[in-house]
Design a protein around this ligand. Structure first.
Ligand code: SF4
Length: 227
């Protein structure tokens, strides 16, 4: 696994992701989806992989599952704009299939670097791939979502002390009311509690992140200045 030791800041990391061709997913993507939100966010949401709408727009959680995520975050007392949102793999697997092990492993340095730079205090891992990946990174044992959703585990990831909370992926709740009930309970209960415990402990400055639009404008101006 490459460690991205040369990447020292968030904007450089985004550029690396936008240009990445390290795994087969680059061939079928429309846009990579690095992530978005304040780059000093206390709370990070990590999903599995971009879907069709995310791939089209280059932004995470913008479809119906994203709208549900926004409502769930509100149940936990958070505005979406306060949260950094990303995925384990940054490019859409074709046909929305699950990301493969080798794709997750190849893409993982980007997530680790995001955690190292953003230093979240709470990571909400939505979906079993995200939960299993984060538990593995934290040397915690992963059994199943039905057993472990809503549990709060303290861990060190990329030298950052975080609370990891796994729960179901909002997409799974769109057509399954029982999953939606569980999700709402997790966000109202343990997730809200973890947020409350960190919310007053610090107020961290927000800084504009490099968006897909900024990146494309910058690339265009670089290429014209190189002519
Ligand atoms: S999924 Fe990750 S490793 Fe694969 S091409 Fe996209 S950014 Fe690179």
């Amino acid at each position: 696994m490459s460690s991205l030791n040369n990447v020292k800041d968030y904007d450089t990391l985004v550029k690396e992701i936008m240009e990445c061709k390290k795994c087969r997913l680059h061939k079928s993507r429309t846009n990579p989806v690095p992530g978005e939100g304040p780059i000093k966010a206390n709370v990070m949401v990590v999903g599995e992989a971009p879907g069709r709408k995310e791939d089209e727009q280059g932004r995470p959680f913008v479809g119906p599952a994203g709208q549900l995520l926004t409502r769930l975050l509100e149940l936990a007392g958070l505005k979406r704009s306060e949260v950094y949102i990303t995925n384990v793999v940054k490019c859409r697997p074709p046909g929305n299939r699950d990301p493969r092990e080798d794709e997750i492993e190849t893409c993982l340095p980007y997530l680790l670097k995001q955690i190292e730079l953003i230093k979240p205090k709470v990571i909400i891992a939505v979906g079993r791939h995200a939960a299993r990946t984060l538990y593995t990174l934290a040397s915690l044992k992963w059994y199943s979502m039905s057993k472990q959703h809503g549990e709060v585990r303290e861990a060190m990831i990329a030298s950052v002390k975080v609370k990891i909370i796994p729960t179901y992926h909002p997409a799974a709740a769109l057509y399954k009311p029982p999953i939606r009930e569980i999700l709402e309970k997790d966000f109202r209960g343990p997730i809200a509690e973890a947020i409350r415990s960190i919310k007053h402990s610090s107020s961290r400055p927000m800084r504009k992140q490099l968006s897909l639009f900024d990146f494309m404008s910058e690339s265009r101006s670089n290429s014209s200045s190189n002519k």
